[in-house]
Design a protein. Structure first.
Length: 308
């Protein structure tokens, strides 16, 4: 996992037969997941645990009532036998998808591993156990409360933030689509994208630490799942012992105020309900009028409008 070398190469390096390597690695990966997942990646089961995540996003990224950022990562792999085009993705490679919910400190809160590469992130989310639990209100999210200093907006839900691939729902916020829109909408997109970058940074950090993700994984789909699971829990275990400065130095070029990747979004994805759209508009009003960042207008004008 750390080197990304093939089983054959590892067999030569450690003077161990390849059949032994082929047997040992999946067993060890499975055991790592079984032993560490309940400790370092326990799904929040109480309001208090979700509130801790929300406080992290508010304190570190100034996005209130956020309980996680969600996104998918394609794990490039050798085409499984007799799989047809199921694992063939839009990038022209074969892959399975790692769907993840990440907290403000780049730790995985929830993962769904193994979906076909041809599926979209939004489709994978909708069919995942997590997506169904969120949709049915079984995640024990905190009850609606008023945002600080904005009682006139009324009680607001706690939300998960994602990109344009995810649906706009009462508990999921995505950016406004299209290149048009008001400056307030663009500021909302900037604030959301700034906080949502946590999940992308977590994926980047995962790949930097475990270079198996830099190469095509040429093992069975079940072994690939076990490898990804082991890397995820080892990432969380390591991240709990890593300072913010150390994390930033691991990811080359990481800068929490860098907005070069924040650009106008194409009109893709799902139409939200009227209630979800109203909630997004209230968040927009709050982030542009009440909970303003000193630099947000200038950042949006420079990046999105091209002003000097």
């Amino acid at each position: 996992m750390a080197t990304g070398e093939s089983f054959t190469s590892l067999a030569y390096s450690y003077r161990v037969g390849q059949p032994t390597i082929t047997k040992v690695i999946p067993e060890v990966c499975k055991e790592l997941w079984d032993q560490l997942a309940p400790i370092v990646m326990k799904m929040p089961s109480s309001v208090e645990e979700w509130m801790l995540i929300s406080e992290g996003y508010n304190n570190k990224w100034q996005f209130p009532h956020c309980v996680g950022a969600i996104d998918g990562k394609h794990i490039v792999m050798k085409a499984p036998k007799n799989s047809g085009s199921l694992y063939y993705n839009y990038k022209g490679t074969f892959s399975m998808v790692l769907l993840a919910l990440v907290d403000a400190y780049l730790q995985f809160v929830m993962v769904d591993i193994g979906s076909y590469g041809r599926n979209s992130d939004g489709g994978i989310y909708a069919n995942s156990a997590f997506g169904k639990a969120l949709g049915s209100g079984k995640l024990s999210l905190p009850a609606r409360t008023c945002l600080p200093g904005a009682e006139t907006l009324g009680p607001m839900p706690y939300v998960i933030i994602g990109d344009e691939a995810f649906p706009l729902q009462e508990n999921i916020m995505r950016p406004y689509p299209g290149r048009g829109g008001t400056e307030e909408q663009k500021i909302f997109n900037y604030r959301l994208s700034r906080a949502r970058r946590c999940v992308e940074s977590a994926f980047g950090l995962l790949a930097v630490r475990w270079r198996v993700f830099y190469s095509k994984i040429a093992v069975s789909t079940e072994t690939t799942k076990n490898i990804v699971k082991a890397c995820v829990v080892l990432h969380n275990l390591t991240q709990k012992q890593t300072t913010a400065a150390q994390t930033a130095s691991i990811i080359e070029g990481y800068n929490e105020d860098d907005v070069t990747s924040i650009k106008p979004l194409s009109r893709v994805g799902y139409r939200g309900t009227n209630q979800a759209s109203e909630i997004r508009e209230k968040f927009t009003a709050y982030l542009t009028k009440v909970y303003k960042l000193p630099w947000q207008e200038s950042k949006v004008r420079v990046v999105l409008f091209g002003d000097s």
